[in-house]
Design a protein around this ligand. Structure first.
Ligand code: SF4
Ligand code: SF3
Length: 541
């Protein structure tokens, strides 16, 4: 196997024996095969568009299948076999429709692939079709091809969430098809690959706008909300991941059952939405980020629901308490395909729950764009009066590497006249720190999930307009941490927007070659993080 799509890839180069994340070689090969057959499906969709053949089921499937290949989403080989066969069925049906409408479809090389009938056969096929298996590709072109593929995976994940809540744009689906088709055909000059990679950032911005519309349309704009980190006596369910619709349906189905619902990891910002916080049994937040789940899930006395990434190998201590939903999968773990959460509820009722109230600290969430821009006048005044010297967006993913302590120390060491905006699971490095406030403006503002990156971008754009400068001229620095492919998509969006001077860590992507890095440094002055002291000094002078 070869996989280097995430930050924790082995030796910073690539996982070759098995994934650091727990992905086994058979799953890696099946994921590569799924991506290949999806590209064939996209090839048919692109040809179909020219003759007026568009199939919305194909788009829905493409989002779901791509999302399944993200880091820490689906580890179940059998589920990939089902997805591959379904993909081939859709491909052949679409091809027939396109040909009947007078379209032309010409496959080259390995395509169209006839799937083997056994899992072992499919694994063998998968080993031969990954982007790495294509001989003779220029390393820099391959680097951009991978960047595009990983960015498209991120776009698909966000588009999947938006679509569930009724927001979509054909432009997004067409781009995904164009990008996968380009990867299948593979022959473009370097400059063209670079252009498509930046286009991926543009399309991701639109996708995140749709997702913002979807979430705020369904549940209202987040409002500042104090979230207890303790526990309430009673039965308990812990919900992790990003899917607000899963959470909502679970809240409806648990009403009046004597169960309290807690968030874990990226689900924390859900407490800020009026449409979700109205449930009295939606109690608080338990634990921190995904990489601490072995310890935190083992100690949780109720049922656990994983709605999206990041799942890790369930440990014996809680294996019977954990359930997956949506695109998430782990072999042997009970899966809820249709939001009927009765098995989760029954499991929670059979477990002891919290035997007494547990006091704990609290955190405040809900500083998404409407809240922050609601006090824009105050913020602008504080900047003009010199009370706020600088803003930092310390955002992105968390992970297991010790180097991620940088982000804790960075926030701790910032001077008192600075404000930190944060989003995504990287915040768990400092989310419960009391940083105080500046004239009533909290110094730590939690904008939301990684899914809410659009909100942070809108805040930056609005501030830039208020000060009549470009975003790069604002007293704002971006200190980013990445882990998986949604972060790749967001990074491409920031590059598309022309954002300069970003600091990225804890390490740079293994799929970026030195030449491509040189382009990024020359055009965007993107740089790796160093030490908190040095970086703060360099930024604030
Ligand atoms: Fe390795 Fe990351 Fe790929 Fe898992 S997702 S196999 S850890 S590079
Ligand atoms: Fe976290 Fe897995 Fe990226 Fe949504 S949940 S930010 S890593």
């Amino acid at each position: 196997m070869f996989c280097y799509q995430c930050e924790q890839t082995a030796k910073g180069e690539g996982c070759t024996k098995s994934g650091v994340c727990g992905k086994q070689p058979d799953v890696a090969a099946l994921q590569d095969l799924l991506v290949h057959t999806l590209a064939e499906l996209s090839h048919c969709a692109v040809a179909g568009r020219k003759v007026g053949v568009v199939d919305q089921n194909v788009h829905a499937f493409t989002l779901e299948a791509l999302f399944a290949t993200l880091t820490n989403v689906d580890f179940d080989a059998d589920r990939f076999v089902v997805l591959i066969n379904r993909c081939v069925e859709l491909r052949d049906a679409l091809k027939a429709k396109v040909l009947a409408a007078g379209g032309r479809i010409e496959f080259q090389g390995n395509s169209p692939l006839n799937p083997e009938t056994t899992k072992e056969g499919l694994v063998k096929q998968g080993e031969g079709v990954s982007l790495d298996a294509k001989p003779g590709t220029d390393p820099d072109v391959r680097s951009l091809q991978h960047t595009l593929l990983f960015g498209v995976k991120g776009v698909a994940a966000y588009a999947y969430h938006a679509r569930i809540l009724g927001q979509e744009d054909q432009k997004v689906y067409d781009f995904i098809d164009d990008a996968l088709d380009a990867l299948l055909t593979g022959n473009m000059p370097l400059g063209d690959w670079l252009a498509v990679v930046l286009k991926c950032g543009e399309i991701n911005l639109r996708t995140m706008e749709l997702l913002d519309l979807a979430n705020t349309g369904a549940y209202g704009h987040p409002v500042p909300t104090v979230v207890p980190l303790g526990a309430k006596k009673g039965k308990a369910i812990l919900v992790s991941g990003h899917d607000l619709k899963d959470l909502e349906d679970l809240l409806v189905q648990t009403e009046g059952k004597g169960i309290y619902v807690y968030t874990h990891g990226e689900m924390l910002p859900a407490h800020g939405y009026p449409g979700l916080k109205k449930y009295a049994h939606f109690y608080g937040h338990y634990g921190t980020a995904w990489q601490n789940q072995h310890k935190e899930f083992a100690e949780f006395p109720g049922a656990i629901l994983m709605t999206t990434n990041c799942i890790q190998k369930p440990q014996e201590g809680y294996k019977d308490n954990i359930f997956t939903a949506g695109t998430v999968g782990w072999p042997g773990v009970r899966h809820i395909p249709d939001r009927s959460f009765t098995p989760v509820i029954e499991r929670a009722l059979s477990l002891p729950g919290f035997e007494a109230d547990r006091n704990g600290r609290s955190v405040t969430v809900g500083f998404a764009r409407q809240t922050v821009l609601g006090v824009a006048d105050k913020v602008i005044e504080a900047v003009k009066e010199g009370k706020i010297r600088h803003f930092f967006l310390v955002a992105g993913c968390d992970g297991a590497k010790p180097g991620r302590n940088y982000y804790t120390e960075f926030v701790e060491k910032l001077p008192q006249d600075t404000v930190v905006l944060t989003l995504a699971c990287g915040k768990f490095r400092f989310f419960d720190k009391n940083l105080g406030d500046i004239g009533g403006i909290p110094r730590l503002l939690d904008v939301g999930q990684c899914n809410d990156a659009y909100s942070a971008i809108q805040v930056a754009v609005a501030l830039a307009q208020a000060f009549n400068v470009g975003v790069n001229e604002l007293p704002l620095s971006m200190i980013l941490s990445w882990y998986e492919q949604k972060a790749v998509a967001i990074l491409l969006t920031l590059l598309y927007l022309g954002i300069k001077d970003m600091r990225l860590g804890p390490s740079l992507p293994a799929f970026i070659t030195p030449n491509i890095l040189k382009v990024l440094v020359e055009n965007y002055n993107i740089k790796p993080i160093t030490t908190p002291e040095e970086d703060i000094k360099a930024i604030l002078g």
